[in-house]
Each structure stands twice: as structure tokens, then as C-alpha cells.
Design a protein around this ligand. Structure first.
Ligand code: ADP
Ligand code: MG
Length: 847
């Protein structure tokens, strides 16, 4: 007997093939659990000992079968760790994938079936399922033809399609299926598996049509089918009195004469007689080798997202009718490139994604369309980069450097002042920045680094490089609090370096403001710190060389244009607030060079993170008390500023009152939130930094950059309300000194799902890893926070799963633009790009 799976020397080759082997049992138990979970509505069933997801994780982590792909089982197990957090469709999809995977493994381990899967000839899709009149219509339609002009689509249907965002032919072609029913899975009867869709080709052994003995309104058609591997029962049900008439029943029965060949597609269910089909699609074939006429049997059937009043059939037909239009659409990718990337042509991909004959076709067409989505995105970003760096900036070479005494340059003087030396990663990134600054092409660079990796020091060194070269520089922060904090940090060093620095915010008094603007204009003021207000009209620099944008704010096209309008083309350095996964970074910041500070300064004790249920909150307070008694300080973070009627969340104001009056009456408890006047915020942070208050109750305004080394504990209430990346950023506010630090995440104990998610933070301190998980669980919008925009427009591609395609698309985009910066030789690509940008700007306007 031949096994596809190489057999380990010490085990009998038969074990994996024996129906009663432990491995068969393992597969069967798992499949049954999956089936049951699906039957009960994907609610993570609670079994006797554990939940469904726990059972799955346990079983997948310790498979009792020798799997062709053990890593795959681990990966599946990891995905089930997040099961509770998934939405219903995500759960459905995970379960379906898991079932298919198990099925494939099991198939691979079975000895080669002496009888292969049946063959079924499908009629050519163009010839069979599409009336020729449709094709001739189709050639008349253009991609911008309104859907209401198509035959069979009246104003009502058109209105419903519009609800799905489908207005013209182009939209319909690009309305990709959300899922597929896999009837392309052709199997023999003995290989049928409960819970899977499948197609068999078999012979009718018996057929019986009768009225249900229990329900006179119900007719039942029962077929006994056989193939060389076994038999199966197929039933179909017909509800309605007219179906139970003897005449009708006879007609039914005559349709399936004994010995006839039939093709059957459907979902395999468990029945008292073993696997069975109930109400499948059936077609009697002209002969065992004859092609099937049905456009559904034996195929992968697309499943579309629908809306009220629009049936799946209706939508599928409409899409099918317009698909031939796509045949004549030119391919944006030249043939050699397509060959090189092993991509099918775009028209075929567009048509096949709606009507794949098999999984391979589906994967190939998806691959092509995903590639195109990423390619357009990267072309857009890289063209933007071309524009960013097209002008010329001043080369900022340190003039105060005497080459024989490099120690004397401003930057090195600053580094000498620091009580620590830069980490290797900081040095590397600083060198990259300084190399950029030495060129006449404007820098467009992003510095990424985990919380606490020391981005600020690097930024200051960059600013001083510009100042050392005789230019002015600006540091912009997203909030006044952060700007003020940067300013006070700078004041520790800059006076010693004889650099003049000032702070400009919305609350700078008018007189001082005037003075400051004067000094800026005559060049005496070398470094200006502030918020985006720095770009406002009256602010004029004498010689602006470098702008550093810290945390969160993305220096957008608008801001850049403001500067250009002032005749300025400075170098630009952006620092991210949170580490983000590479796929997201490429999608969002693909127009920038990226430097990564991938090292945390030595001497930090890692933060210990604890999960507490709301009922255990007192333990968290106890920890705060202990820490404060040792001279440390504590943050208490809440999602809301004030109590509100439509939420039972605890608010900063309420908790502040409670902690001050009841929990810590002997301590000084401060309050900080975004709605406080700027001066009060400043005062609250100042008091906390000095130690006048030991506990600071706050909203997430502390998230960004607040730096108090004595703070050694942070308690975050309603932690389930925050994204993982945001929580990681928040907890980065502690652990900045040498003392062992703690982060306490208090969550609603009822919510097991939230607990599960928060566990990631207990396990990991790596911001990139945490962001990856967040991306997988909550999607890109959540990782970035709702305030961020500029997310890529991806219909099919997934930033969590298609990273490899993204990398290839980026390389391709670089290659194309390298030879053809304005896409003159790629008119189709250029057109698609313009279309996409138009759609994007329209949707932004609509928002
Ligand atoms: P972030 O990357 O989160 O903005 P910061 O720049 O605020 O981090 O730095 C965090 C803390 O680490 C600051 O107190 C800073 O002074 C300190 N720090 C920065 N670089 C080093 C280093 N190389 N060695 C020791 N401490 C450092
Ligand atoms: Mg920082």
C-alpha cells in the first residue's frame, strides 16, 4: 500500500490508513466538534470540561495524527486563541477553513485511492451559461454605463444595487464575492465528509417519490446512488399540496431511471444512515462521461454580500451578464512583467473571480487582483514620494565641525551632555538622518520605534544638525501638552549649547508671540517648538532647514503645501507614535524612507502587566499604595472624561473624586484630561512630575509622550475599551526609570473575549508583535486609532495575510517608476491610478 506521507520507521505504515486508528479518531472528533459549533450558531459552545475553542486549541496543539504540516496545526491553534474575539462571519470563515484544512490533511494521509476522484465535464462557461444576446449587449456597454440601463434592471433593483455602492458596470465587475460554496470538490462516495460541500458522479440504483406519511403537504424524493466506492442516500423535499399528487410523483420518479448517471452537488450532512445529501442540486447526465449542463453543479459558487430585497440569484445574474465587458479591458501590466510575476491577465482574473471552475483558478485570479490593488497603492505612494523629494533643499552640513575635531560639532556637544550613550540602533538611525540632511534632495523620512526606544533624543540630535549648519528648525507635536513637555526637556540642554529655543502654542500671550515671531523672522530664534499652529500664516522663518513632526501627526500634503507656499522646502522627519506592522507601514508611509529604532535602552526593568477583573480593582489600588510608599508615582487611566448617561463607564472626573476622598485620602491625587484648559493641564503634569501629586487620574492624553521617570505603576480601567496597540503605548509611560514597574489592566470580568485579547499584553512587551495581533484581530483602522485617516483602499487584499504580495508589488512599482516616472509608457496603469485617486478623493469629500 502506498502512503503519500513518508512513514516513520518505527510505526506501521497502516496506522494512518486504518479507519479505527487514533489518527482517524482525532480527525473525526475534531470535525464533529466543528460541525456542532456550526450547527449551534458559532457561539463557542461550552462543553463539559471546556469551551469549544479551548478544545480546538488543545487538540491542534497536540495532534494525534502525523500531520503533513505540523506548523499549520500550530498556526490554526493560534487563530483559535482569538476565536472569542471574532465576529460571526470571521468565526464562520475560520471554521470553514479549519474543516477544509483537516480534510486536506486527512486526504493527503490516506493511501492513494486506487479509484481516483470522478471526473465531471463542465460546459464552457461562455458557451453554456451565457445567452449570446447578453454577450452582444455586453460589448455595447462601457464600464461607466449606469446599471439602470441594463436589461432586467429596473429602477427598484438599481436602487438596491446603489445601496451596495454599485452604480455602473465597472462597480458590478469589481463587486467581488464574499465567499464561495465549493462544489468543485469532486469526490467518491466513500470520501464524502460531513460538513463539507462536495460533488459526486454516481449511478441511480433506486428512486422513490412519495408523500410524507406524517405530512400530507410534503413530497419526498429519495434516491439511492452508488459509485465504485459505496452508496449514498439523497433526499429532496417539496412542500405544497400539488407536489403530493400521484401524477407529479410519478413524473419525478421517471426523471431518475435506474442506471442513469447523475451529478449531485450539495452539503454533506450526517444522517442515521451515514453521510447523506439533503436537497442538493441534481442533474441527470446524458451518459457517465457527458458534460453537465447546470451552471452550478461542480463549480465554485460565489456568495455575494446582499441587501434587503436583492436576492443572491438576482445579483449573480446581473454580474454574470456584465462580466463579458471585462474581456475587452486592456491589461495594465505589460506581458513580460506578468510573466515574471507569474500573474494571469487581469480580464481573466476579473471574470474568474466571479466564476472559478476550481480552487486553483480562484487562487490565481485572487492573486492577480490582490497584486493590482497593492501595485496601485504603491505607485500612488511612490509618486507622492517623487513629488516630496523633487525640489531641492539646503544641504545641512555641520559648519561648526572642524573635521579634525568632530567632537566639537553641536550634535556631539549635545550627546556629551546626556547621562547615557546612544544605543546602537539610535546611532544607526541618527547616521541615516544625517546622511539625508547632507543632501540637497529634501529628506522624507519616518522614524519608527517602540515606546521608550528613545526617539526624542534622536530627533533633538537631528534638529541640532540643522542648527549647527546655520539653519532654523521646528519641532511639532500633536498636543500642547506634549509640545510644552518637549520644550521643557529641551530647556535642560539647549541653553548650555547656546541655542535659542522657544515655545509657540495657542495659549502663548499675544505680546510674547509678537516678539517670538520677530525673532524667528530675523533668524535669532533657532528652534521653535509647538503644535501645528507653527504652520499658520504669520509664522515666518528666516532660514528653515528641518521640520520634525513628533508622534501621531502625519505631515500631510496640505501641511507640506503650506510650507511650499511660504517658499520653504525643508527636510522632513516624522516620528510614529506606535510601532505598526510592516504591511501597514508600507501602505501608510510607503512614500517615506523608514528608519527603525529596534532596541530598547539598557537598564530598564521590564514592565509587569497584570489582568484584574473589575471586582479585584482593590488589589490594583493596593499596588499603587505600595509603590507610592516607596517614593514612586502612579497613573490611573480611564476612557471617559465625565460620567455620561448613555454609558456605564467610570469617568476620570468621577474616579478622581473617589480616589481623592475615599481610597487615597492621605495622598495627593491629580486630574488630567483633554477638556481642561491648557494651563491647568500643564499644572497637573508639572505637579505630578515634581511629585506634588503622587497619583494622576487621567484620560488617554497621557498616552502621547508624557515622561515622568518616577511613575512606576499604571492602572487602566475598562481596559477592554482600548486597542492593544494603544494600551501598549499607554503602559510605555511607566518603566522609564530603573524601578520595577507595573501595568494593571482592569477589565469587565464578564467578558471572556476581552480577557483573552488582553492576555497578549501580559505575554508580550514587543510593540511590533502586539500591533500584528491587533491588526489581525481588529483590522488596520483600529490599530491606527480612529483619528487616523489615509488608509488604503483595498477590496480583496488583506494587510494581515497578503504581506508577501505587497512586498512584490512594491518592488514592481519601484521598478516601473524607476524607468518611467510619469507612467507615460504605462497608460492603462496611469489611467487606473487616476481613477482610483479620484474615487478616494470623492469618498473623502463625502466623509
Ligand atoms: P520614545 O521613543 O517613546 O519617544 P523617549 O525618547 O521619550 O522614548 O525616551 C524614553 C526615555 O529613555 C527618556 O527618559 C530618555 O531620556 C531615555 N533614553 C533615551 N535614549 C536612551 C539611551 N540610549 N540610554 C538610556 N536612556 C535613554
Ligand atoms: Mg516620544
Amino acid at each position: 500500500m502506498v502512503s503519500r506521507q513518508p512513514t516513520a520507521p518505527n510505526s506501521s505504515g497502516l496506522t494512518s490508513t486504518d479507519q479505527r486508528s487514533p489518527s482517524e479518531g482525532w480527525y473525526r472528533t475534531l470535525q464533529q466538534a466543528l460541525q456542532l459549533e456550526a450547527d449551534r450558531g458559532y457561539c463557542d459552545l461550552l462543553g463539559r470540561r471546556e469551551r469549544f475553542s479551548e478544545f480546538l486549541i488543545r487538540s491542534l496543539q497536540r495532534p494525534e495524527a502525523r500531520l503533513p504540516d505540523p506548523g499549520g496545526a500550530q498556526h490554526l491553534a493560534e487563530r483559535f486563541e482569538q476565536y472569542q474575539l471574532l465576529s460571526l462571519p470571521q468565526r464562520q470563515s475560520l471554521i470553514a477553513q479549519c474543516r477544509q484544512q483537516l480534510h486536506r490533511w486527512r486526504q493527503q494521509q490516506r493511501p492513494l485511492d486506487p479509484i481516483g476522484p470522478p471526473r465531471l465535464r463542465l460546459q464552457n462557461a461562455d458557451a453554456g451559461s451565457r445567452p449570446s444576446s447578453a454577450s452582444s449587449h455586453a460589448t455595447r456597454w462601457r464600464s461607466e454605463t449606469p446599471l439602470a440601463e441594463l436589461p432586467g434592471i429596473g429602477p427598484k433593483t438599481a436602487a438596491r444595487l446603489a445601496q451596495l455602492g454599485l452604480f455602473v458596470v465597472h462597480d458590478l465587475v469589481h463587486y467581488y464575492p464574499r465567499d464561495y460554496l465549493d462544489y468543485a470538490n469532486l469526490v467518491r462516495i466513500s470520501g464524502l465528509e460531513t460538513g463539507h460541500t462536495a460533488t459526486i458522479v454516481a449511478t441511480v440504483r433506486r428512486c422513490h417519490a412519495f408523500a410524507s406519511p406524517r405530512n400530507p403537504q410534503l413530497a419526498i424524493l429519495e434516491l439511492q446512488l452508488a459509485d465504485p466506492t459505496g452508496r449514498i442516500r439523497v433526499s429532496r423535499f417539496f412542500a405544497g399540496r400539488r407536489f403530493t399528487s400521484p401524477g407529479w410523483l410519478r413524473v419525478q420518479q421517471r426523471q431518475f431511471p435506474t442506471g442513469a448517471s447523475v451529478a449531485v452537488s450539495g452539503l454533506v450532512k450526517d444522517s442515521p444512515f451515514g453521510p447523506a445529501f439533503q436537497d442538493p442540486l441534481i442533474e441527470v447526465l446524458d451518459g457517465p462521461q457527458a458534460p453537465v449542463r447546470s451552471s452550478q453543479i461542480g463549480r465554485l459558487l460565489p456568495v455575494y454580500g446582499l441587501t434587503d430585497g436583492l436576492s443572491s440569484k438576482r445579483l449573480s445574474e446581473a454580474i454574470k451578464a456584465v462580466l463579458p465587458v471585462a474581456e475587452s479591458w486592456p491589461d495594465p501590466l505589460p506581458e513580460p512583467l506578468r510573466k515574471q510575476e507569474r500573474l494571469m491577465d487581469r480580464s481573466t482574473a476579473l471574470i474568474q473571480i466571479h466564476s472559478p471552475d476550481n480552487q486553483k483558478q480562484l487562487q490565481d485570479s485572487r492573486q492577480r487582483l490582490v497584486f493590482d490593488e497593492f501595485l496601485l497603492m504603491q505607485l500612488g505612494l511612490l509618486q507622492r514620494r517623487q513629488r516630496l523629494t523633487r525640489g531641492s533643499a539646503a544641504a545641512l552640513l555641520d559648519q561648526q565641525t572642524d573635521p579634525s575635531h568632530p567632537d566639537h560639532c553641536l550634535v556631539n556637544q549635545f550627546l556629551d551632555l546626556l547621562p547615557f550613550s546612544l544605543t546602537a540602533a539610535q546611532q544607526r538611525v541618527l547616521a541615516e538622518i544625517r546622511a539625508d540632511l547632507g543632501r540637497e534632495q529634501p529628506m522624507a523620512r519616518l522614524v519608527q520605534g517602540d515606546v521608550g526606544s528613545g526617539k526624542t533624543v534622536v530627533a533633538i540630535a537631528a534638529l541640532l544638525t540643522a542648527i549647527g549648519a546655520g539653519y532654523q528648525s521646528a519641532l511639532m507635536a500633536p498636543t500642547e501638552v506634549l509640545a510644552a513637555q518637549h520644550y521643557s526637556k529641551l530647556c535642560e540642554w539647549l541653553p548650555q549649547l547656546h541655542v535659542r529655543c522657544d515655545l509657540l502654542t495657542g495659549s502663548t500671550p499675544a505680546r510674547r508671540r509678537r516678539q517670538l515671531l520677530d525673532d524667528l523672522m530675523n533668524g535669532q530664534l533657532q528652534l521653535l517648538v509647538g503644535t501645528h499652529a507653527l504652520l499658520e500664516d504669520p509664522v515666518k522663518f528666516a532660514r528653515l532647514g528641518l521640520v520634525v513632526v513628533d508622534e501621531q501627526h502625519r505631515f500631510g500634503v496640505r501641511q507640506r503645501n503650506r510650507l511650499l507656499d511660504k517658499g520653504l522646502q525643508p527636510h522632513l522627519l516624522t516620528m510614529t507614535a506606535t510601532p505598526i506592522p510592516r504591511t501597514l507601514a508600507l501602505s501608510l508611509h510607503g512614500d517615506l524612507d523608514v528608519s527603525q529604532i529596534d532596541e530598547i535602552p539598557p537598564g530598564r526593568t521590564p514592565i509587569r502587566t497584570h489582568l484584574l477583573a473589575a471586582s479585584e480593582r482593590q488589589e490594583g489600588y493596593q499596588l499603587i499604595r505600595e509603590q507610592v510608599s516607596r517614593g514612586q508615582r502612579a497613573y490611573v487611566v480611564l476612557p471617559l472624561v465625565e460620567d455620561s448617561e448613555d454609558s456605564d463607564l467610570r469617568s476620570a472626573v468621577a474616579v478622581h473624586g473617589q480616589l481623592r476622598d475615599e481610597v487615597f485620602p492621605d495622598l495627593h491625587v491629580g486630574l488630567l484630561h483633554g477638556r481642561m484648559p491648557s494651563a491647568d493641564k500643564q499644572a497637573a503634569i508639572g505637579a505630578f512630575a515634581r511629585g506634588d501629586t503622587q497619583v494622576l487620574v487621567s484620560t488617554t492624553v497621557v498616552e502621547v509622550g508624557v515622561d515622568v521617570p518616577e511613575a512606576s505603576v499604571m492602572l487602566i480601567d475598562h481596559a477592554e475599551r482600548f486597542g492593544l496597540a494603544q494600551l501598549h503605548q499607554l503602559r510605555g509611560r511607566v518603566g522609564r526609570g530603573a524601578a520595577a514597574s507595573h501595568c494593571v489592566l482592569v477589565h469587565e470580568g464578564r467578558n471572556a473575549m476581552a480577557r483573552h485579547r488582553l492576555d497578549v499584553l501580559v505575554r508580550s512587551c514587543d510593540g511590533f508583535e502586539i500591533a500584528e495581533v491587533d491588526l489581525r484581530l481588529r483590522g488596520p483602522g483600529q490599530v491606527l486609532g480612529t483619528r487616523q485617516s489615509g488608509l488604503p483602499d483595498l477590496a480583496l487584499a488583506s494587510l494581515a495575510d497578503d504581506g508577501e504580495v505587497l512586498e512584490r508589488a512594491r518592488l514592481t512599482a519601484q521598478g516601473i517608476l524607476g524607468q518611467d516616472p510619469d507612467l507615460r509608457q504605462h497608460p492603462v496603469l496611469s489611467h487606473l491610478l487616476a481613477q482610483q485617486q479620484q474615487r478616494l478623493s470623492q469618498s473623502i469629500r463625502l466623509n
